[in-house]
Design a protein around this ligand. Structure first.
Ligand code: MG
Ligand code: ZN
Length: 353
C-alpha cells in the first residue's frame, strides 16, 4: 500500500500537469476598427469580387456572422436607424440619429470609448453630417438636421473627423463658423487628402469634396491610414469608424458599375485596417453593412475579365440579413445570426466596458 501511495504521489502531479494545459490568457483588445459598407449585401460584395477579377481583401476574414437589420419602426431600415442600432445598442425608428425610439439621446459607443480614455475617429466618403457617421457622435430627432448634427460634432470631441460636407460647418444659416470653433479647440483643419495625410499628431478635421472613385482616387484607404497613425498614439487604445458610404448610392441609382467601384474602393480601406491589425495584434476589425440596397442579383460574370451583369429589383433598401466579418482578438464573438443592435453589446464586452 505504502509503495503505491508514494508512486501515486509522484505520478499524480505529473498527470495533472498533462490534464490541465496552461490556460492561454484571453487576448487583449485595445483597439476596434468598425467598418460599415452602406448598402453592402452579399451580392454587392460578390459583384465587387468579380469586377476585381476574382479576389477581395474581405476573403482574409475567418469569423463571419449575419446581422438582422430591421428597425424598431420598419421591416426595412435606413442608414440612420441602422447605424444608431450599432452606436447606442437599441433599435430605433427610421431617421433617428443617436436617439432611442422615444427620441431620447443615448450614449454612443464612441462617447463611451472617450469616457474610458480611448481616442476616437470617423472616416467616410460622404458628408460627415450624413446619417451613418452622425449616429456615432450626434443626437438629433431626424437625419435631415444636418446643421444641428454639424454643431453636435463640436461637443462630441471626436479626435479625427474626415469626410465631405464643409458647407454645414462654414456656410450656415445661424452665422456660426464651426471651423473657427474647431480651430479654437485645437483641431487642425485640412481640405485635401494630400494635406490630411501630412498631419502627424493631434486632433484633425478633414473636410474634402464629395466625389466618386474616379475623382477621389484612394482617398478612403489613405485617410483611413492617416486616422490609424494619429489614433494609435493613444496608449489606452482607440475606436475608429470607417464608412464606404457610397455603395448605397450605386444601389439607389441601380448602377452596377457604381456599386462595384465603391466595393473595390472600400476593400482597399479594409486592407489598410487588416494590415494595421496584423502588425498591432490587439486590434479587432469588424466589417458589416447597415442594410442591402437595390435588391441586387448577379446574372452573369467572368472572374478572368471582371465583366459582370446584374439586375436590381428596387431603387430602395431591402430587408435581407447582411454579413458581419470579424478579424483579430475576440473575432469569434461575431459568429452566428443576431440583431444589428447586438453588435454594440459585443463591442462593450470586447473592450471590457
Ligand atoms: Mg451612410
Ligand atoms: Zn440608402
Amino acid at each position: 500500500m505504502k509503495r503505491y501511495a508514494i508512486a501515486a504521489a509522484l505520478i499524480f502531479p505529473v498527470l495533472m500537469a498533462y490534464a490541465q494545459p496552461k490556460q492561454q490568457p484571453a487576448p487583449k483588445i485595445k483597439n476596434i476598427i468598425f467598418m460599415v459598407g452602406d448598402g453592402m449585401g452579399t451580392t454587392q460584395i460578390y459583384a465587387g469580387l468579380t469586377a476585381n477579377k476574382g479576389s477581395l481583401n474581405l476573403e482574409r476574414f475567418r469569423c463571419i456572422g449575419f446581422s438582422r437589420t430591421n428597425s424598431a419602426s420598419d421591416y426595412m431600415t435606413e442608414s440612420a436607424a441602422g447605424a444608431t442600432a450599432f452606436s447606442i445598442g437599441q433599435k430605433t425608428y427610421n431617421g433617428a440619429i443617436g436617439v432611442d425610439s422615444a427620441g431620447n439621446p443615448q450614449p454612443t459607443i464612441l462617447e463611451i470609448a472617450k469616457q474610458h480614455g480611448l481616442s476616437t475617429g470617423i472616416v467616410v466618403t460622404t458628408d460627415i453630417t450624413d446619417a451613418t457617421p452622425a449616429t456615432f457622435a450626434a443626437h438629433q430627432k431626424t437625419r435631415d438636421m444636418q446643421a444641428e448634427i454639424a454643431a453636435d460634432y463640436i461637443k462630441s470631441e471626436v479626435d479625427v473627423l474626415i469626410g465631405a460636407g464643409r458647407e454645414h460647418f462654414d456656410q450656415r444659416k445661424d452665422g456660426r463658423n464651426l471651423l473657427t470653433e474647431f480651430s479654437g479647440k485645437g483641431y487642425q483643419i485640412k481640405h485635401t487628402t494630400d494635406d490630411i495625410v501630412q498631419v502627424k499628431q493631434g486632433k484633425l478635421i478633414g473636410l474634402v469634396k464629395e466625389e466618386r472613385v474616379a475623382g477621389r482616387g484612394d482617398q478612403l484607404a489613405r485617410t483611413t491610414n492617416a486616422a490609424l497613425q494619429l489614433l494609435r498614439q493613444n496608449r489606452k487604445g482607440f475606436f475608429l469608424v470607417v464608412e464606404g458610404s457610397k455603395i448605397d448610392d450605386g444601389g439607389h441609382a441601380n448602377d452596377l458599375q457604381y456599386v462595384t467601384e465603391e466595393v473595390i474602393d472600400f476593400d482597399k480601406a479594409i486592407k489598410a485596417a487588416l494590415d494595421f491589425a496584423d502588425k498591432d495584434g490587439e486590434t479587432l476589425v469588424i466589417v458589416t453593412a447597415d442594410h442591402e440596397t437595390g435588391g441586387l442579383t448577379i446574372a452573369e460574370g467572368d472572374l478572368k475579365t471582371g465583366k459582370i451583369s446584374g439586375k436590381f429589383s428596387t431603387d430602395d433598401h431591402t430587408g435581407v440579413m447582411v454579413p458581419v466579418f470579424a478579424y483579430g482578438p475576440g473575432a469569434e464573438a461575431f459568429m452566428g445570426i443576431y440583431h444589428n443592435n447586438t453588435i454594440f453589446r459585443k463591442f462593450m464586452q470586447a473592450l471590457k466596458f
